[in-house]
Design a protein around this ligand. Structure first.
Ligand code: SAM
Ligand code: SF4
Length: 334
């Protein structure tokens, strides 16, 4: 049996599965207002193919799966897929990243299937800004989804907050209040450059000039005098660093677009059209859709194992001086 590791001996045990490129929002940093050209439905992996891919990968060492998209809850029969993956013997953890719009409809069944870990995306707690960033959606719907999820017993619940140019310290303070009173873990995420958007880099380390809005370092300076301390325990399997102050129910984390987090990267991605990616920032892909239709497990595994060996040491900075995405997150699966 394979034990998946890459050419630098990093153990690979975490798979993000993008189950659709479709989305019911149009977040300004993720896609242009008109949306992006979607893949024809025939080009997407079927539920059976997706399940088979996860099963094959689980035999190679993948034990944690996150369903994402696009908006994963838009995928037809998402519950059947989630159940299928849940029933794969070696999958120990299945989680979901969602914009929360359809959570009310699915929460009960997701919980019943054993999904507990939710990442819910909210980029501002100011209704007007939220509406602007998402191009028309309502903040109260997603906040209700967060409340309901806490009430039902989901956890940990992480709130993904991309630092857009609209973001300011008042937004940061609102999220800090949220983490004070609710058991949620906020993750301030550095916005990554994506083709087709006007994203501006907001890197704490490398932004060449002051971008509009604020950077992670400004939030950290704002938090510093307030008694926040780094969390000792690891929250989840990702690159975020978390802080909290005494008495807070939740915490505040940061995800920076930095190369030094690559040394412990344990993840690969399966796109909705059946390609594997070893790095969010790489253009390299392995198309396994046909193999999932025609080849036996051993042959698919051999191909995958060879591909994983080519996982880059760190995110590619060669072409534009800064790591950037070759296509939007809703296609790759953020
Ligand atoms: N639609 C779901 C959602 O928004 O949660 C799941 C897919 S979305 C692509 C996954 C995550 O990627 C979201 O938290 C989103 O904020 C983040 N994301 C999308 N584009 C990004 C970008 N350019 N830079 C940083 N994060 C991004
Ligand atoms: Fe849709 Fe998520 Fe992209 Fe927003 S970030 S447009 S919700 S895929």
């Amino acid at each position: 049996m394979y034990r998946l590791s890459d050419g630098y001996s990093r153990k690979i045990d975490y798979l993000r599965v993008s189950v659709t490129d479709r989305c019911n929002l149009r977040c300004s940093y993720c896609m242009p207002p008109q949306g992006i050209k979607l893949h024809h439905k025939d080009k997407l992996l079927t539920l059976e193919e997706t399940k088979r891919a996860v099963a094959i990968l689980s035999d190679m060492g993948i034990s944690k799966v996150r369903l994402t998209g696009g908006e994963p809850l838009l995928r037809e029969n998402i519950l059947i897929l989630a159940e299928g993956i849940k029933n794969i013997e070696k999958i120990e953890d299945i989680s979901l990243t969602t914009n929360g719009m359809l959570l009310k409809k699915y929460a009960k069944n997701l919980y019943r299937l054993g999904i507990r870990r939710l990442n819910i995306s909210i980029d501002s707690l100011n209704q007007e800004k939220y509406r602007t960033i998402t191009r028309g959606s309502r903040l109260d719907s997603v906040l209700q989804a967060v409340d309901d999820s806490i009430g039902m017993g989901f956890g940990p619940i992480k709130i993904n907050t991309v630092i857009t140019p609209l973001f300011d310290l008042e937004d940061a303070a609102r999220f800090m209040n949220m983490a004070e009173s609710m058991p949620v873990h906020i993750r301030f995420i550095e916005m990554m450059p994506v083709p087709g958007t006007n994203n501006i880099e907001c890197s704490i380390n490398t932004a060449p000039s002051s971008p509009p809005g604020i950077a992670i370092r400004d939030i950290i300076s704002f938090m510093n005098p307030l008694g926040y301390k780094p969390l000792e325990e690891q929250l989840g399997f990702g690159p975020a660093v978390y802080y909290k102050k005494e008495g807070d129910k939740g915490s505040i984390g940061f995800i920076e677009n930095r190369r030094d987090t690559c040394s412990y990267c344990n993840r690969i991605r399966l796109t909705c059209r059946g390609t594997l990616k070893t790095c969010l920032f790489s253009s390299e892909e392995l198309d396994i859709k046909k193999d999932l239709q025609n080849s036996d497990d051993a042959a698919v595994q051999e191909k995958i194992a060879a591909f994983i060996k080519s996982k880059p040491l760190d995110r590619d900075c060669s072409s534009r001086g800064r790591p950037h995405l070759f296509e939007s997150m809703n296609r790759i699966g953020g």
